[in-house]
Write a protein that binds this ligand. Structure first.
Ligand code: MEV
Length: 430
């Protein structure tokens, strides 16, 4: 590969880039076909979304079923590569009594960092000019203000380290149905010269904070003892399942090692819907995990308790900075389809759905882990994947997968051995 062949790559058309890529990496005809095959995201659109595009990268797009949120039924699109996540969420939603939700106003924080200041004096100067700064900020995005959003408050904190004082100015902005990064970043950049003038200091960073503590969504539901007992096909009593899940929750509260995995399970569902709706999953991830440690200890993002009848009550409260009006959500055809099937009108509606999904996903993991274990459910899809990798045809795949599960050996070597036996007419009896 000659790296010079990639100079000015960004200026080329997609087909020229594909040719350079194929030539420099000596791609086979098969590889080239893979690269040039267009899917639901047309190359023309992908090329406007990011730089140096040579193809698109599809993920499975599946539908989670059975969700009833605030009295309304939903089919929820998930974009995810991990087996069992869609099935687990659908099952958790089916067992639940329906989700009740709420969401905060969509207020995001923009941060302005000021250095070379006497912290106390500079703080007073900014606080005194609060009204004036807010009214200036209100003129920056008139459209946002027209739709009921716009700057809401300015707060100031003095930080210090061995280099001296710094101001941490928070501009709070109601960003309505936007994720908010563009509106906030523009406002903080425009405010910066005024802040320098007021404080005599130097503004360094002007950027959104992904710790969206004012923009959270909450969801709550109950899983009755009866539905929990039924879910284990009579293997466990309902009360035992409730207690097992409460013990699993205690474990996440007691150790960060478990809390991290507990929250990972929540994010399995959350990220899948965030991606399917074209939203920024890195922003959601960083915000969620930072919020999980906001009180000091890294903690689970869900809570569980038992009600008077002994049923399991689950709750989630999580920052969700989601948009409906910009970025990939507006241009990605499948993201648009996701929004259409969800039938939502505001970013808050989406946040309520996604919070419910996070709770359902977490419950599903805890229920499986604290009863039969997670592997049984995972195994079928995993085994089918291994069978395909070993060269099984569509017809052979399920037979090979089933055989591997029965023998308790799910790996490529075993799949190849079973395939060979099948194809040579040998006996599959174990
Ligand atoms: C796997 O993707 C997610 C789980 O590990 C979550 C959990 O342990 O709660 C099953």
């Amino acid at each position: 590969m000659d790296k010079e062949a990639f100079s000015g790559f960004y200026k080329k058309e997609i087909n020229e880039r594909q040719e350079i890529f194929a030539k420099e990496f000596d791609l086979s005809e098969e590889d080239k076909k893979l690269l040039t095959k267009e899917g639901p995201l047309p190359f023309e659109i992908a090329n406007k979304m990011v730089e140096n595009v040579v193809s698109t990268f599809p993920l499975p797009y599946g539908l989670a079923t059975n969700f009833n949120i605030d009295g309304k039924d939903y089919i929820i699109p998930f974009a995810i590569e991990e087996p069992s996540v869609v099935a687990a969420a659908s099952n958790a939603a089916k067992l639940s009594s329906g989700f009740e939700t709420s969401a905060d106003d969509p207020v995001m924080i923009g941060q302005i960092q000021v250095v070379n200041v006497d912290g106390a004096k500079a703080k007073v100067a900014v606080e005194k000019a609060r009204e004036e700064l807010l009214s200036f900020a209100t003129t920056i995005d008139p459209i946002l203000v027209k739709f009921g959003g716009g700057p809401k408050d300015i707060t100031v904190e003095v930080l210090n380290d061995e280099e001296g004082d710094m101001l941490d100015i928070h501009l709070l902005v109601d960003v309505r149905d936007a994720m908010g990064a563009n509106a906030i970043n523009t406002m903080t950049e425009k405010l910066a010269p005024k802040i320098e003038e007021l404080t005599g200091g130097k503004v360094i960073l002007r950027i959104i904070s992904n710790l969206a503590i004012y923009r959270r969504a909450q969801a709550k539901t109950t899983w009755t003892k009866e539905s929990l007992a039924a879910s284990t096909k009579g293997q466990f009593k309902g009360e035992d399942v409730v207690d097992a899940i409460l013990n699993a929750y205690r474990f996440a509260n007691a150790t960060q090692f478990r809390a991290t995995t507990h929250n990972k399970g929540i994010m399995n569902g959350i990220d899948a819907v965030v991606i399917a709706t074209g939203n920024d999953f890195r922003a959601i991830e960083s915000g969620a995990h930072s919020f999980a440690s906001y009180e000091g200890n890294y903690s689970p993002l869900t809570k569980y308790s038992k009600d008077k009848e002994g049923n399991l009550v689950g709750e989630i409260d999580i920052p969700l900075a989601l948009g409906l009006v910009g970025g990939a959500t507006k241009v990605h055809p499948l993201a648009q389809l996701s929004i259409k099937i969800l039938g939502i009108k505001t970013a808050n509606d989406l946040a309520k759905i996604i919070a419910s999904v996070g709770l359902a996903q977490n419950f599903a993991a805890l229920r499986a882990l604290s009863t039969e274990g997670i592997q049984r459910g995972h195994m079928r899809l995993h085994a089918a994947n291994i069978a395909t990798q070993a060269g099984a045809s569509k017809e052979e795949e399920q037979i090979v997968a089933q055989k591997m599960i029965e023998t308790g050996e799910v790996n490529q070597g075993k799949a190849e051995e079973i395939l060979k036996t099948m194809r040579t007419g040998g006996s599959l009896a174990s």
